[in-house]
Every structure is written in C-alpha cells, then in structure tokens.
Design a protein around this ligand. Sequence first.
Ligand SMILES: [Fe+2]
Ligand SMILES: [Fe+2]
Length: 371
Amino acid sequence: MAAVTADQTTQGQARGTAQATAGGPDGPAGADVAQQAAFDAAVAADERIEPRDWMPDAYRASLVRQMAQHAHSEIIGMQPEANWISRAPSLRRKAILMAKVQDEAGHGLYLYSAAETLGTSREEMLDKLHAGRQRYSSIFNYPTLTWADVGAIGWLVDGAAITNQVPLCRCSYGPYARAMVRICKEESFHQRQGYELLLTLGRGTPGQRAMAQDAVNRWWWPSLMMFGPPDDASAHSAQSMTWKIKRHSNDELRQRFVDICVPQAEALGLTLPDPDLRWNEERGHHDFGAIDWTEFQEVLKGNGPCNEQRLTQRRRAHEEGAWVRDAAASYALKHPAPTRHAHAPAHITEAPHTEMHQAEMHTPPNAEATA
Ligand SMILES: [Fe+2]
Ligand SMILES: [Fe+2]
C-alpha cells in the first residue's frame, strides 16, 4: 500500500509540472512537446511507461478505463462460479473451485492496485461500477445453470481471458504488464481445471456427457464475444494498439482462440455449436459462423439474463462489507505498515508492484472481494 501512495504522490507532482506547462486542451505546447516526444520514443522503443513518467491524459484515461473494467470483471466474475461452491460434487472439486474463485478476487486486487498508480482510487472505481458508469465483461451476465458450466467457464471463458491477456504482459504500462504476468499463470490453472472437469464429464454417463455438451453450447458464442466487437467497429482498438497497450486486434485474438479450441473440443469428444466451423487450408485458420452482435449489444446495455442480479449482489456485498473496511482501516491506523523502503535507493523503487502485491496478500480479507 505504501508503494502505491508514494507513486501517486510523485505522479501527482509530475502531472502538476506537465499541467503547468500545458498549452491548453487543443494540444501540447512548449515543454509538453518534448514530453510527448519522449513518451512516443519510449513506446516506439518498447520501453515501459511507469507511474512517475509523463504520459498523455488520453493514454492515462484509456488505461484507467481498461484496467478498471478488467478489475471489475474479476470481481463480478466470482459470482457465477461461487454459485456452485456449495453444490460441488466432491471435496476435491469444491477445494479446486474455492481456490479458483479466490484467485479471481486476488486478480481484482492486483488490478485495482495497478490502476491506482494512475491517480484513481479503488473507492472511486467501485463507486462507478455500482453506479453503472464503468463496465465489466458482459460474459458474466450469463447464468450458470448446471455443474458443467463450471467446466465450460474454466475451459472457454478463462481460455479466452488467457488469449486476451498473454499479450498484455507486454503492455506499455509497467504496472499493468507486471500484474498480468502473475494473473496469466493463475488463469492457466483455471483453464486446465475447466478442461479436466469437462473431460471427466465427457467420459462419464450419457447424462453427464449431455450436460457437458449443453454447457459448451451455451458458453461458446458469448466466449467469442469476449474479444470485443469486430475490428472495424471497435472504438478504442486502433489507438490502444498505437500506444502498445494492445498488441493484437480483437479479430486476430478471436481467430487465435477458435484455432486453439477446435482440436481441444475434439479431444474432449464435444462439438462446438457452429455449423460453419471448418478448416480453411488457404488461410491456415478455421472459418467460423457469424456472431450475433445484437445479443452482445443487448447484454452490454444491461438486458442480459443476469445484469441486474450481478450488480445488485455486488452493491449488497459492498454495503454489507462496510464494517470490514472500517475495521481494516482502524487496524492499519493502530499498526502502521513498516516503512522499510521509505529511503530506499532509486533502483529499488523500480519494483513497487511486487511489494504492492505482497502487501495485498497480507492484508486481512476484504469483504468487497467476497461477492
Ligand atoms: Fe482472473
Ligand atoms: Fe480465471
């Protein structure tokens, strides 16, 4: 936590300097031109932008939007799977699912912390989520109807998340890129547990096989929508790629995901619900059917099967957890964290995110994350 505060203070000073020399809202002037040039050169050279570095306001805003949405998705994404913890068919499955859902809470915490280095606060981001002013991934507005959905989510939803997130480990913004390294390792475990769950069901009774197939049928298309709108309709894509926040387009990542899933589905003995899915020798990729973007837009607008339920539960968890936050704040006041890095040499402060993660891991459980 201390590292975040230090970053914010320094960054606030840096921004103050930038604003003092700014030429107005229409574009950079004077010293800002030099700062912009330094920023552009760093991005072009694949160097990392760090919290203390000057960055364009639009770059900062874009990162806050993306990282907040990512953090919210981790936290809201706990709900559909937590729905099955008490009904897991064995102690082993229950332990695995609990570990997985806890991982997602951890991902949310890393990402809120990483977003805080940009000058926003977790409180502000959560307020915006609860007011419907910041989004979370629309995939979590679908219900988990059977136990097989836990497998389909792990295999497809976490699988799509990995495909999206591995390139983010090379994102131009340092704290985001570093948070993604650890998150991706855990997502691999999530994907494999889902695959193994479906494999077990696929080798089970006809009823279990049918349940697995039904879950895959329901989750396949929403998983493809997770990559976002087609490239020509994606509002933020081109700019994000110029800034090297994103490294591949939505359609490129979606194609990669389809190509990965087809042989895995065959190995599982399951089919993917797309009659147009076939190998295209010429392209060296699988062709696939048209995605129903009307459904995607409807879910985005709040008309998915579970939008209201997810947000209501999130708000309630936040309100009911107020006493835990108060208690944690009082405890922190009485037992301040050791300031062992307060006067550390500059080279040590290059790795604040690592300390930040350890601090988060040792913080008493936060009720906000137990939605
Ligand atoms: Fe996650
Ligand atoms: Fe996950």
